[in-house]
Design a protein. Structure first.
Length: 384
């Protein structure tokens, strides 16, 4: 892996993979002046490269004689264990302050990372996915409100992950859901290759025999259009968001408790973080009502962030279910409930509640600026 050094507009040195050289995200362009830290930019670093990247970045930064560092991965929220390993290595290398900025919404990770007594760790949530549809210069514009819709829902799955295949199969297996929405699954560029769906592939075994003819399912979009607010995506009342992170999050709904005093066993924590990507914010930008298959607690987090999640329309209790299979069934139940109502009913609902959708669009802009400003201020204070 080849790493390179870049100079940010504020004079700070950033270390990243050669393929990412020259790219500065919004926060990096607006960092406070007089930097006394180095930035390790993990963008494009895969999970299998995490440890090696951190080792090489520490070596590359040695000559800078800095003991403060920003770890930046603004578009992802990797499992906390990756960041724990990085913090341990940085502490042993002499770093006294570590600021982690990634796309995770679960601030509890900060408690997990403060594991080295001589190193202070702080966590911040990147504004990246709230910037995407913020209606600001350089980002996507909001769609004008239109209460006339032609389908009940849209469900998009560019990559065919296990739970997305299972969810899409349930849509296809129900006549009402099959005919009421638009859905895709497995339309990433390499997944459209016929060899990807051959009988030898494990994913193929997840699909019942009578449904295999449907896969891969595409709406005709191109991979580079994944962030675009296309007409056939917006022309739906509901948006079933199949997020990137769908597992158990012990910081929100804990079912595994420490029973060591009783059983002599310690519980295990299997968290893959909580992250709202463009899949979630796109629903707000397109004036849609979201149902979200994500890490448990996501709907609650967005509600607390003051987004209108339309609790009067959708029973979001699935958000508290740690078992992903049960969570899928609960979401399917809610989707069937809304599809049983005539489409005209929902078009009238949209017209009567236009202000609520306008609120969510405007709140994307507010949250984009609020998160960005908080991050700039904290960086200035933390490294003062």
């Amino acid at each position: 892996m080849k790493l390179v050094s870049n100079i940010l507009p504020n004079g700070a040195i950033t270390i990243c993979k050669e393929a990412h050289s020259g790219y500065h995200d919004r926060l990096q362009r607006d960092l406070p002046s007089n930097p006394n830290y180095v930035v390790f930019d993990y963008q494009t670093v895969t999970e299998t490269e995490m440890v090696l990247f951190t080792i090489q970045a520490i070596e590359t930064a040695k000559h800078l004689n800095k003991d403060q560092v920003i770890l930046s991965y603004t578009q992802e929220a990797l499992h906390r264990k990756f960041w724990e390993v990085s913090v341990v290595m940085l502490s042993k290398a002499g770093y006294k302050k570590v600021l982690l900025i990634d796309a995770g919404l679960d601030v509890a990770i900060q408690g997990y990372l403060n594991i080295m007594h001589d190193t202070q760790v702080r966590f911040l949530t990147s504004s990246t996915w709230f910037d995407t549809y913020s209606n600001k210069p350089g980002f996507k514009e909001h769609l004008p409100f239109n209460f006339v819709r032609r389908k009940h829902y849209v469900s998009l799955a560019r990559f065919s992950r296990k739970e997305r295949i299972q969810f899409t199969c349930k849509l296809l297996d129900d006549e009402l859901l099959k005919n009421s929405g638009r859905y895709s699954c497995g339309w990433a560029d390499y997944e459209l290759d016929s060899n990807f769906w051959s009988d030898e592939k494990p994913l193929w075994d997840l699909i019942p025999q009578h449904l295999k003819e449907y896969f891969p399912i595409t709406l005709g979009d191109k991979p580079e259009q994944q962030h675009d607010l296309l007409p056939h995506l917006a022309d739906n009342v509901f948006n079933v968001v199949l997020e990137g992170q769908i597992g158990h999050n012990p910081a929100t709904h804990t079912v595994n408790t420490d029973t060591s005093r009783i059983t002599g066993r310690f519980h295990t924590v299997n968290s893959d973080r909580m992250m709202a990507t463009e899949k979630t914010t796109k629903a707000f930008a397109m004036n849609q009502i979201p149902l979200i298959l994500a890490t448990p607690g996501m709907v609650n987090r967005l509600t607390n962030m003051n987004f209108d999640m339309f609790h009067d329309v959708i029973d979001h209790s699935y958000d508290e279910e740690d078992n992903v299979v049960k969570r899928i069934d609960l979401i399917i139940k809610q989707l069937k409930k809304v599809c049983e109502k005539d489409l005209n009913y929902w078009c009238n609902f949209l017209q009567e509640n236009q202000s609520r959708f306008h609120h969510n669009q405007q709140h994307l802009t507010r949250m984009s600026d609020e998160m960005h400003d908080i991050n700039k201020n904290v960086i200035g204070e933390f490294f003062a």
